[in-house]
Design a protein around this ligand. Structure first.
Ligand code: SF4
Length: 353
């Protein structure tokens, strides 16, 4: 069962309080390049992203934010390091949330100034604690280690500072590049606060290792009912972050909708290119408008076992030698040539609501 947290609103997208778990990503292009930023936001929105974050390291970036926000289909979170003045500039530019890294924004006084500005604008703050954010005194208290206890104490101290300013619309994160540390940190934090939590493994790596580390860390916590929004951090095109995030939620039954390809691992019975076929079908389905209810599309490697193995699929193809058997809900409904398989599946998909 999901742990009930306080609900916050980020430009119309709810986080916490039992709301659907939003998937976040981050721009890899600078906000100063307004056309590239707008283009990347559109690509992320098409991939299913709910909220996008962007670095605001300068006044020029804050000015870019103001331009980009006007046409953005997604709420934008301004990511601030070092300079509280930039946080205030980002609020004025229309940011839907501010993310501050408490360790480098210059102490309690500056956090309070940012809080007052966000309070006036009616937008929330994320306190993003990571290994570089733990203040010296807490680090010393925990023997110089970025332990889960140190990360959590840092997050709770910031929460208290914000509460002292009457600011409660706070989302917390305690990310680590170590999956065990990240899991333990969020478990500990979740037991001590009702603030919504953003889950993520920081510096997770590239598409392969990063997706695995994030799936294990984020997945373990979500399975425990912990977590209100997620970001998969990858050294890759951020569209992959969104796809991975949605796949994690779907795997746990926490995200409904869209086409979902299930395909067999192939074996000695396979006589056609199931791997290439599954990739092509997945790509083509991702280009179609996504259905509200999840539609499972199977690509299987043999006509004998395929339909049976893919019983839960809404429809699919089980490939034989130069041909395929087409099936819906486990029942065979026709046959086609190998070169017709992709189009037949797309035709079925277009009939789905
Ligand atoms: S569906 Fe057929 S080809 Fe694919 S793994 Fe199962 S038995 Fe092998």
């Amino acid at each position: 069962m999901r742990k009930l947290t306080r609900k916050i609103n980020v430009g119309g997208v709810e986080i916490g309080g039992g709301a659907q778990i939003p998937v976040q990503s981050m721009l890899t292009v600078p906000l100063e390049n307004t056309s590239a930023a707008a283009e990347q936001i559109s690509a992320l929105a098409r991939a299913g992203c709910d909220i996008v974050r962007a670095a605001v390291p300068s006044e020029a970036a804050a000015e870019g934010l103001e331009v980009v926000r006007k046409t953005s289909p997604l709420p934008i979170v301004a990511d601030i390091h070092f300079d509280w003045r930039l946080a205030i500039a980002a609020v004025r530019a229309g940011a839907d949330k501010i993310r501050v890294n408490p360790g480098n924004i210059g102490g309690r006084e500056n956090v309070q100034k940012v809080a007052q500005s966000c309070l006036a604008a009616g937008i929330p703050i994320r306190v993003g604690v990571n290994s570089g954010s733990v203040p010296k005194d807490i680090l010393e208290e925990f023997g110089g280690q970025n332990s889960p206890q140190a990360l959590v104490k840092t997050a709770l101290r910031e929460l208290e500072t914000l509460a002292d300013c009457g600011f409660f619309d706070v989302c917390l994160s305690v990310k680590s590049s170590s999956v065990p540390v990240m899991i333990e940190s969020y478990r500990l934090l979740s037991s001590q606060t009702k603030s919504p939590l953003q889950l993520g493994v920081t510096e997770a790596g590239g598409r392969e290792n990063g997706v695995i580390a994030s799936s294990v860390g984020i997945g373990a916590l979500l399975a425990d009912g912990i977590g209100d929004t997620i970001r998969v951090s990858l050294t890759a095109d951020p569209v992959y972050e969104v796809k991975a995030g949605i796949s994690i939620l779907r795997a746990l039954g926490l995200r409904e909708g869209g086409f979902h390809v299930i395909s067999c691992p192939t074996c000695g019975r396979t006589v056609c290119d199931v791997i290439g076929l599954a990739e092509t079908v997945e790509q083509k389905l991702s280009e179609l408008p996504q259905p509200k209810k999840t539609v499972e599309v199977a690509v299987m490697g043999c006509a004998v076992n395929g339909p049976g193995e893919a019983k839960r699929a809404d429809f699919g193809a089980a490939c034989g030698d130069g041909m395929a058997v087409l099936f819906r809900s486990g029942e065979i409904v026709g046959r086609c040539r190998e070169d017709e398989i992709v189009q037949k599946l797309i035709d079925f998909a277009q009939e789905a609501e």
